[in-house]
Design a protein around this ligand. Structure first.
Ligand SMILES: NC(=O)c1ccc[n+]([C@@H]2O[C@H](COP(=O)([O-])OP(=O)(O)OC[C@H]3O[C@@H](n4cnc5c(N)ncnc54)[C@H](O)[C@@H]3O)[C@@H](O)[C@H]2O)c1
Length: 303
């Protein structure tokens, strides 16, 4: 069924049941699928009967994941910063999947780390060009993935049983101030901006786009020191399996579009994920008026 323009219909209702009956045979791409959350997504989709292509630069870990999934997944070595690497991933996904298709794309690869925008150099020495690796991986890599998803999804004929689904990975850092990590903050706000932008137009191509934004989850990205600190403060973690469930929910429920699901501790939401409902303005907010005017005019700017 053709999609209609994005409308805010209020927060998504989330219950315990998932109907995964439309996932078998789907071709799913997961960037950063060799470890942590990405690995959990790969395993969850393979279990649901989809065929998964892992795009990651960690070859050892990626091949190990594939080995345990006997024929339901393949690994393609890829640095998401490299456009040609990503093209190879999408070509391989189409080639090896049961319907020669590209149905579900999860732009997940990301890093944290020391940030030159925060760590300032000697003011008396020469200015030092910052290393922008975090933005390059988390944001530019995600932009490449989204662009390729749109390209390859548009190539295939629409079938009633298969839809086109792009899922962009952000973080709660797309909604809060992350002191000391400007690039992480920028990249996750940017990923969120990408979802909000695309939801206004790619419905015309019958592509759904949604965002997944986790709170802290115990994966290798956090490191023991951060986890110990959070434990010491009594901060609850969100769970990897709940992040995977949220991905399955978005991929399997074709009514979900333009929403941002937060992955949160179960004390906050019983299923461990919830509609954040922070990406639409409510009646009476002046920004809602500006948003409506912008929707009517911004396309003129690119004519
Ligand atoms: N774990 C958390 O607390 C948390 C919270 C919010 C958001 N996230 C986001 O979730 C995503 C996955 O994180 P994770 O926790 O699973 O971390 P992780 O370190 O376990 O996994 C990240 C994966 O991305 C891959 N990767 C890194 N740079 C790459 C590149 N240039 N090209 C290809 N692959 C690359 C790594 O090899 C690794 O397999 C990230 O975008 C992260 O920002 C994580």
């Amino acid at each position: 069924m053709p999609m209609t323009e994005y409308q805010d219909t209020g927060p998504l209702k989330i219950g315990p049941d998932l109907d995964l009956s439309n996932l078998p045979g789907k071709s799913v791409i997961v960037t950063g699928g060799a470890s942590g959350l990405g690995r959990a997504y790969v395993e969850a989709f393979a279990k649901a009967g989809s065929f998964v292509t892992i795009a990651d630069f960690n070859e050892t870990a990626g091949k190990e994941v594939v080995q345990n999934l006997a024929g339901k997944a393949q690994f393609v070595k890829c640095d998401v910063r490299n456009w040609d690497d990503q093209v190879r991933v999408f070509e391989a996904a189409v080639e090896a999947s049961p319907h020669k298709s590209c149905d579900i794309v999860i732009a997940n690869a990301g890093i944290v780390g020391k940030d030159d925008l925060y760590t300032l150099q000697d003011p008396h020495g020469p200015p030092v060009k910052p290393d922008l690796r975090i933005v390059e991986i988390n944001l530019i890599g995600t932009i490449y993935t989204a662009k390729l998803a749109m390209h390859y999804m548009r190539r295939q004929p629409l079938e009633s049983s298969r839809d086109r689904c792009l899922i962009i990975k952000a973080s709660i850092a797309a909604y809060i101030d992350n002191a000391g990590s400007p690039q992480y903050n920028i990249s996750k706000f940017g990923a969120r901006a990408l979802m909000r932008n695309l939801r206004r137009t790619i419905w015309e191509e019958n592509i759904r786009v949604n965002l997944v934004a986790p709170w802290y989850v115990r994966t290798p990205i956090l490191g023991q020191k951060v986890q110990d600190y959070l434990d010491g403060q009594g901060v609850g973690f969100a769970l990897t399996e709940d992040a995977a469930k949220a991905m399955l929910k978005i991929a399997s429920d074709t009514s979900v579009n333009g929403r941002a699901l937060g992955i949160v501790p179960r004390v906050t939401a019983p299923e461990g994920y919830m509609d954040l409902d922070k990406d639409d303005y409510k009646e009476g907010d002046i920004v809602k008026t500006w948003q409506e005017i912008a929707l009517a005019t911004t396309r003129f700017l690119v004519e």
